[in-house]
Design a protein around this ligand. Structure first.
Ligand code: GDP
Length: 602
């Protein structure tokens, strides 16, 4: 190959699949892989780890009936699909300020429409700046749909009944609407003029295969047309990202890597991120699955290769990989200077994700990879949940100490959030700290949010329950049931609230006793508010007719501290009538205590 040709070579775009659970991500990937195996020529498929390659010849064969609609001459060698769908692995496909993925398929069940994880997927695609198209999946479930033996949606739709076509349109319009709400212009792919401005919706069935032709043709066409610069292959040392770190029996630790640029060779010096800083090591072997004719055979048999060209998914065996960090970049260095440069880049990148601030009463987050930690921190920031410590690795003594320090300041943040990590051996998280574990990023964030709200509510209830609140009531003339020891009278609540145990005072500030019980229609109640007429028993050294009279107005005797808490922390429970009562109580109390409610706003 001439130098010129080589420099013009394009690599395979890297494709990821995201979407809500059960919307068909796995089935779609299986269908694409299966189709590729059936349609390929012998020797055409390369073997990948963590990814599947669909060669251009296969795409062209499947898209043959579309030639008139999509007159694209493909220059890319094919498409590289990341095998594991969903957020979790996607978050490890990180690359400074973006993603290693070139394009994404957002799978949406056409009948169900957008669901929680569809929104979350879009959010993460937006934050990593990954373009996407929507696979409106499960079209075969539209009532009346007649599966046609074709990979082409356009061919199949022609044979469907009018009402079925209309129903599909309605579903697609709903998706268009849901995307519009999020600021995306979208349309069915065959109605789009400018693909740079409009998100393509491709109706597919991962089950029957209808629509797979258009899906593949669009993925190939769009990436080739709009991402040429990004896809230009550099004939230099490899760059990649670690997807997963795995221990292989009989071999030791290995890393599964996606190479997105350059060439990786056996014996290359690589620099990667590690738990305790950058790791510099030498590639002992590059491993890929043995070529198979049938994808049904599990890909476990590995074989060694000497070099690999981007884009590719490979397993690397090298010394010192046990502390390697998934989500970290991988660089091949050709000299000492490059080693130092890359070490610095990796250090900076790890530092940009990790976090510690001893002045913040916030939660402790521990995750198993750089990518997941980054995604979790982003998610928590969006929800305004403060973080004290964010780090990678198992839960340690330090994490517990930090959570305990937070606990002293803010009970609701006394949390250790663990994403796919456990406490170190011998370390036990004490009961007063909430350990929240999950293997799903958004589940973890949801659980954290739920716990914080719960603790806040219960704290609020607890404090609010113990507060003496402002209340004003009048002894209704003619309703004295007992004159003393205790006094039992009928009262009308004029404002605020009265509850058992609240102390009671007269208009001149003199304490008359404490409310024992409140009865509404002969039933004990724990509160009475404005407008209610109830029977109240008051314990104290008083007698109706002496210290207090029928028709007299009484107030709850609100302590200074209680009023302060009410006015600062629980303003939202103050009703208009309670506000008036507060003003009156302040006037009464100020006579004896000029500092009562001083500086507080009612
Ligand atoms: P994931 O959780 O998004 O990976 O979803 P799966 O691929 O596991 O699919 C969930 C369920 O939907 C499975 O029972 C699939 O068989 C079914 N399914 C997926 N795609 C289709 C489709 O196009 N048509 C129909 N009828 N069922 C589908």
């Amino acid at each position: 190959m001439s130098q010129q040709l080589q420099s013009r070579r394009l690599r395979q775009p890297i494709v990821v699949v995201l979407g809500h659970v059960d919307h068909g991500k796995t089935t779609l990937l299986d269908k694409i892989r299966g189709t590729a195996v059936v349609k390929k020529e012998p020797g055409e498929m390369t073997q990948e780890v963590g990814a599947s390659f669909v060669p251009t010849s296969v795409i062209e064969k499947i898209a043959e009936p579309l030639k008139k609609t999509f007159p694209i001459k493909l220059e890319i060698p094919g498409l590289l699909f990341i095998d594991t769908p969903g957020h979790e692995l996607f978050s490890n496909l990180r690359r400074r300020g973006g993603s290693v993925a070139d394009i994404a398929i957002l799978v949406v069940d056409v009948v169900e429409g957008f669901q929680k994880q569809t929104y979350e997927s879009l959010e993460i695609l937006r934050s990593r700046k990954v373009p996407f198209l929507v696979a409106a999946n499960k079209i075969d479930r539209i009532p009346g749909w007649k599966p046609i033996d074709t990979y082409s949606f356009l061919e199949s739709i022609k044979s469907q009944r009018k009402d079925v076509q209309t129903q599909l349109d309605n579903y697609v319009y709903r998706l268009v609407g849901q995307l519009a709400e999020l600021g995306f212009n979208a349309d069915r792919f065959d109605r789009i003029r400018d693909f740079t401005k409009t998100v393509a919706i491709v109706p597919v069935s991962a089950k029957t295969g209808e629509g797979i032709a258009e899906l593949l043709a669009l993925l190939a066409g769009l990436t080739q047309n709009y991402m040429k610069t990004k896809l230009r292959f550099a004939e230099g040392p490899a760059k990649g990202v670690i997807l997963e770190v795995k221990e292989l029996q009989g071999l030791g630790y290995t890393i599964d890597v996606i190479i997105y640029d350059g060439i990786l060779k056996k014996n290359d010096t690589i620099i990667i991120g590690g738990l305790n800083g950058p790791i510099v090591t030498k590639v002992r072997s590059i491993l890929v699955p043995k070529p198979l004719q049938d994808i049904k055979v599990v890909k476990t048999d590995l074989t060694q290769i000497d070099e690999v060209y981007a884009a590719a998914g490979v397993k690397i065996y090298a010394p010192e990989l046990e502390n390697a960090l998934a989500g970290s970049p991988l660089f091949v260095a050709e000299n000492e200077q490059q080693i130092e440069e890359y070490k610095k880049i990796i250090q900076e990148e790890i530092a940009s994700v990790k976090y510690y601030n001893a002045n913040i009463a916030g939660i402790v987050v521990k995750a198993d990879s750089l990518g997941s930690l980054e995604a979790i921190v982003e998610g928590l920031k969006q929800k305004n949940i403060p973080i004290r410590l964010a780090d990678i690795g198992p839960i340690t003594k330090k994490d517990i100490t930090e959570a305990e320090l937070t606990l002293q300041e803010a009970k609701e943040y006394g949390i250790i959030a663990a994403f796919r990590v456990k406490p170190l051996q011998g370390i036990e998280v004490p009961n007063n700290i909430k350990l929240i574990y999950s293997e799903i990023i958004y589940q973890l964030i949801d659980d954290i949010e739920k716990y914080i709200t719960e603790v806040r509510e219960s704290e609020k209830r607890r404090t609010l329950d113990s507060l003496i609140l402002p209340g004003k009531f009048r002894l209704i003339p003619g309703y004295v049931f007992r004159r003393s020891d205790p006094v039992i009278v009928g009262v009308e609540v004029l404002g605020g609230i009265i509850r058992p145990k609240f102390p009671v005072m007269k208009k001149d500030g003199k304490r008359v006793g404490e409310i024992l019980q409140i009865q509404d229609n002969k039933k004990s109640v724990d509160r009475a508010t404005k407008g209610m007429e109830v029977a109240v028993s008051i314990k104290g050294n008083i007698m109706v007719g002496r210290q207090i009279d029928e028709g007299e107005i009484l107030y709850t005797d609100v302590p200074k501290e209680d009023l302060e808490i009410l006015l600062t922390k629980y303003k939202d429970i103050i009703t208009d009538d309670m506000k008036e009562v507060i003003k009156e109580i302040i006037n009464i109390k100020r006579v004896n205590d000029p500092t009562y409610a001083l500086g507080l706003k009612v």
